[in-house]
Ligand binder design. Structure first.
Ligand SMILES: *Cc1c(COP(=O)(O)O)cnc(C)c1O
Length: 342
């Protein structure tokens, strides 16, 4: 039995999803004529209570388009030091957007606090300084271990950015998980942000695709930015159909992923390698001396885990992990921890 727990991006489209893709109505989306892309964009914009959305090939592109909408070249974006935008997008904000990023030290688990952030805001003060133009926040927080951001802190950020005239962006690659775990609706989250990015290819299980969500005017500009980055796709309805299908079929089941992540953490906690009380969604962080050894031993038995540093790793539950596979993974991981004295 092969089981890949490295990420929730590794899922394969289900038979029903492939059928939906095969049957999709398509057109040329660069001309705005792909009915399935148009339907997906309208559906997602509506879910979050925004005017418009734009389909992109990746979450990184969705983030970068959104940030370029909020921050002009040379101006500043504030975000936490563990954010995906500054740790996993290969410097795109600087290289493509000309955006100056400044980070606050990521608090434990990536949990944002509006008070802490307010100290970092620098108003525009002429030719001698860098002007803060926007703040970005990640929900759930990936490197923090799937942390759901507290709604009152997000509201605090909205107050802060509103008062200071700044943009507020949400990297919502896993906003689905946040909503399912917290019960906060997509519209409640949507109301807080000027721009959002969301991914269909994580827990929702689509093969490709993300969206930028914003006002109609911003999305019109976003379309130009997407084309400039080479993200204008033609009969993309084949891909968008997978997203429509995923939103219809795979949203509610994210609760199962969360339960399985909790069960996985509970089984591993007695070995002192994780703190089960911190698992809120589908990510389990590991602290293991010589984690590469654990990963190698597990891989030999067909279970793949993510090594993030010399003593840190990560496990994710997703659409392709059922209860039987989870049980197998727990047996392999606990067995490897015991036999290697880790
Ligand atoms: C996965 C992810 C993205 C987007 O990644 P792509 O691989 O570019 O689709 C953005 N933000 C977070 C927090 C992510 O986990």
């Amino acid at each position: 039995m092969l089981l890949d727990l490295r990420s929730d991006t590794v899922t394969r489209p289900t038979a029903a999803m492939r059928q939906a893709m095969a049957n999709a109505d398509v057109g040329d989306d660069v001309y705005g004529e792909d009915p399935t892309v148009n339907a997906l964009e309208a559906l997602v914009a509506d879910m979050f209570g925004h005017e418009a959305a734009l389909f992109t090939p990746s979450g990184s592109m969705a983030n970068q388009i959104a940030l370029q909408l909020l921050v002009a070249p040379g101006d500043e974006l504030l975000l936490d030091s563990e954010a995906h935008v500054v740790s996993h997008e290969v410097g795109a904000a600087a290289a493509i957007g000309g955006i100056s990023t400044r980070t606050w030290p990521s608090p434990p688990r990536g949990r944002v606090a509006a008070d802490l952030v307010s100290d970092y805001v620098r108003p525009a003060a002429g030719f001698h300084t860098v002007a803060t133009r926007a703040i970005a926040v990640e929900n759930t927080h990936n490197r923090g271990g799937g942390t759901v951001q507290a709604l009152d802190e997000l509201r605090g950020l909205r107050e802060l950015t509103g008062a200071a005239g700044l943009g507020l962006h949400c990297d919502g690659a896993r906003i689905w998980n946040a909503s399912v775990a917290s019960g906060v609706s997509f519209a409640e989250y949507g109301a807080l942000f000027d721009t959002m990015s969301v991914c269909l290819s994580k827990g929702l299980g689509a093969p490709v695709g993300s969206l930028v969500i914003a006002s109609r005017d911003r999305i019109a500009r976003a379309k130009v930015l997407r084309k400039r980055m080479g993200g204008g796709m033609r009969q993309a309805g084949i891909l968008a159909a997978a997203g429509v299908h995923a939103l219809d079929q795979h949203l509610a089941r994210l609760a199962d992923d969360h339960e399985r992540a909790a069960a996985l953490a509970a089984a591993l906690e007695p070995y002192g390698v994780t703190d089960a009380s911190t698992v809120e969604t589908n990510i389990v962080l590991l602290r293991v001396p010589r984690i590469a050894e654990l990963a190698a031993a597990a891989a030999e038995q067909g279970v793949f885990i993510s090594v993030m540093g010399p003593t840190s790793g990560r496990l994710l539950t997703h659409l392709d992990v059922d209860d039987a596979k989870l049980k197998h993974a727990i047996a392999v991981l606990t067995g490897s921890l015991e036999s290697h004295g880790l």
